[in-house]
Design a protein. Structure first.
Length: 123
C-alpha cells in the first residue's frame, strides 16, 4: 500500500524513466520533477491523444505557461503563504512551538495513475 493512497482508491504504478514508457489512453501521469515535463508532453503529443479526456498530465506548481500547453495541464500547488507563516513561527525568539512538516523521501519522478480518467467519468 502506498502511503499517499490509502486502501484501493485507484491503481497506480511508479516509474523512473518516462522516456521508456508508452503513453496509454485512460491513464493520468503525475510528474513531480519539472525537468521531465517536456519529455512527458512530447510523448503525449506523439500519441495524438487528447489531454484531459483521453490521457492526463498532472504537474506541480502552477505556472502561466502550463495553462496553454496541451489546452492546460492540471497542477497541484503548495500554499507557500502558509509554509512561510509556519516557518516564521518556528524562528520567532522565545517560541517553543514545534511544527511537524511531512516529508516524502525517495519519490519517483512519475506516478502513473492507471485508468484514472475512466474512473472520473471522462471519455
Amino acid at each position: 500500500m502506498h502511503p499517499l493512497l490509502p486502501g484501493n482508491a485507484f491503481s497506480y504504478r511508479i516509474i523512473n524513466n518516462i522516456g521508456n514508457e508508452p503513453i496509454k489512453p485512460g491513464d493520468a501521469y503525475a510528474n513531480i520533477i519539472e525537468e521531465y515535463q517536456v519529455t512527458l508532453i512530447e510523448k503525449t503529443q506523439s500519441t495524438f491523444l487528447k489531454t484531459g479526456t483521453q490521457a492526463g498530465i498532472i504537474s506541480y506548481n502552477e505556472m502561466p505557461f502550463k495553462r496553454v500547453i496541451l489546452n492546460g495541464i492540471a497542477t497541484i500547488s503548495f500554499n507557500f503563504h502558509e509554509m512561510g507563516v509556519l516557518t516564521a513561527q518556528t524562528i520567532i525568539p522565545g517560541s517553543a512551538e514545534k511544527q511537524k512538516v511531512s516529508f516524502l523521501p525517495d519519490l519517483a519522478p512519475i506516478l502513473i495513475i492507471k485508468s484514472f480518467l475512466r474512473q472520473c467519468g471522462a471519455d
